[in-house]
Design a protein around this ligand. Structure first.
Ligand SMILES: *Cc1c(COP(=O)(O)O)cnc(C)c1O
Length: 499
């Protein structure tokens, strides 16, 4: 077969059932097989690489090779005992909807190109604003992830704060514009720093000191605001620190910034979902007073990658910063939603379809229960670990993130924490990675998969503790052996053992 005929590419009927088999096999295995990171780059190159094939390959063969590649090289990120980074699982209904998204191959841009997408964006936008208790009328954009949502929110912020100083950044650009002061939580996620970079705002970034868990100190903010007085101002805080899950003191933060005439942007990649629970009235009180919020659906809503959402309270500012109407995209429906007026992309995957499916299945109550369960599981995990001598929980476990330090009677804690993590990863009961928190090494655990059970938590905690004890014990054994050798040498030197 050296030229591909249309008839050759027909074959959904043969391919899709095989995909279903492979998918069910993979998903079924996830909970049972070791949670280990594959070390297979060379084998993947062998299997999937080499020169681009000159001639065509039968689709079934392509699929077979790809499935093999997936078996070899896919990380176990969907496992209920994968606690690495902050990686959400995938709800079955969201996966099903994601498959349909590909089947329908929808692309938003303007309403006409996908009435389904435009309408679902309206529906889900309102649902999410309600779920999180954001101001009625807050506008939304569905993005590839929280990084894009941060870029988009800060694009609106930049437009609005410059507008207040008589500058239209869309028309006049950034060169010669009034200088915008940006104050950010000193631990702000790299994603926000990238957004500021892209927007030409990093030059005037001032970091604001936080407490040990990563919340901006009101007094430090006060000082920063004093210095910024009168200038266009954006303040970036976080709802869910990447290591500790900490949430800013939202009420006073928003008040302080608004009194100074600034815009509050919150990086809320996973923490925003906690607003669906009763924590909305405690930890998240005052959330609605910010000006923009960026989050991920692929984290705590458990839809497949990739999927983020931006929320902007001032709809007019959002639209003014982004709306576009190129001549070639004729749209005659002024009332319908045209995706391109709200997002950064033009053509984009209809990410809202799995979001709609997940929200519909779970309902407000189901989202709240899933998020609360993960927070409770995190507390259980932390408690199990903390009962062991030498194990320190290095954060206040309020959300789903746990920062753990493993102490050793003689070794340095950073090294032992790394060694316990390596041994945990090697054992394959669960998986998580180290991070740096307050300049010290921690093991960071994130509970964020709908499929995780208490038994999964218990098994992972046991594995960690087993390795922590074994490494200490091994240290003891090594020291013991060392002292036997030393004694032996001393005895020898003293001539006692000489014949
Ligand atoms: C994951 C994360 C981001 C980046 O989100 P992406 O979806 O990876 O672009 C930003 N901030 C926080 C706190 C995160 O956890």
């Amino acid at each position: 077969m050296d030229s591909l005929q249309f008839s050759d590419v027909e074959g959904y009927g043969e391919l899709l059932p095989r995909v279903l088999d492979a998918a069910l096999g993979h998903l079924d295995e996830l909970a049972h097989r070791p949670v280990r990171m594959p070390q297979t780059r060379a084998r993947l190159h062998e299997l999937l690489g080499g020169p681009l094939p000159l001639t065509s390959t039968p689709a079934e063969k392509v699929l077979e090779t790809l499935v093999r590649g997936g078996q070899l090289g896919a990380s176990p990120s969907g496992s209920p005992r994968y606690f690495g980074y902050v990686v959400g699982g995938t709800l079955p209904i969201a996966l099903a909807a994601d498959w349909l998204t590909s089947v329908w191959d929808q692309c938003g841009v303007i309403y006409d190109m996908s009435p389904l997408t435009g309408t679902l964006e309206e529906i889900c936008g309102e649902w999410l604003v309600d779920l999180f208790g954001l101001p009625v009328g807050t506008s939304t954009a569905f993005t590839p992830g929280c990084t894009y949502a941060n870029i988009l929110s800060l694009t609106a912020a930049r437009h609005a704060v410059l507008e207040r100083h008589g500058w239209n950044v869309r028309e006049q650009g950034m060169q010669g514009a009034p200088t915008i002061t940006v104050l950010a939580n000193e631990r702000i996620h790299a994603s926000v720093r990238r957004a500021l970079n892209v927007l030409g705002l990093s030059g005037n970034l001032r970091k604001i000191e936080t407490d040990a868990d990563g919340r901006i100190l009101p007094i430090a903010l006060e000082r920063g605001l004093k210095k910024a007085s009168g200038a266009p101002l954006i303040v970036c805080g976080q709802v869910g620190d990447i290591n500790t899950g900490a949430i800013e003191f939202l009420q006073p933060l928003c008040e302080q910034v608004h009194d100074a005439g600034g815009w509050v942007h919150l990086d809320a990649a996973f923490g925003l979902w906690a607003a669906a629970t009763d924590m909305r009235h405690t930890l998240l009180a005052g959330l609605e007073n910010a000006d923009s919020w960026a989050t991920d659906a692929h984290k705590w809503l458990n839809v497949p990658y990739d999927s983020g959402i931006a929320f902007i309270a001032d709809k007019a500012a959002h639209r003014a910063a982004l709306a576009m109407s190129p001549d070639y995209l004729q749209h005659n429906q002024p009332r319908e939603r045209h995706t391109l007026d709200w997002g950064l992309s033009m053509s984009a995957r209809s990410r809202v379809i799995p979001i709609w499916a997940a929200l519909t299945q779970l309902g407000k109550d189901g989202v709240a229960r899933m998020v609360q369960r993960h927070c409770d599981q995190a507390k259980r995990f932390a408690r199990l670990l903390a009962e062991e001598p030498g194990v320190e929980i290095a954060n206040n476990v309020t959300l789903n993130q746990i920062a753990v330090r493993f102490h050793h009677p003689t070794h340095d804690t950073d090294t032992h924490t790394q060694n316990v993590t390596d041994a945990f990863q090697h054992e394959g009961i669960g998986w998580a990675q180290t991070s740096i928190h307050n300049e010290r090494k921690i093991l960071r655990l994130s509970i964020i998969n709908w499929a995780t059970t208490e038994d999964d938590i218990d098994r992972a905690a046991e594995s960690l503790l087993r390795n922590h004890r074994r490494l200490i014990h091994q240290g003891d054994m090594a020291r013991c052996a060392q002292s036997v050798i030393t004694n032996h040498r001393r005895i020898k030197e003293a001539g006692i053992l000489q014949p």
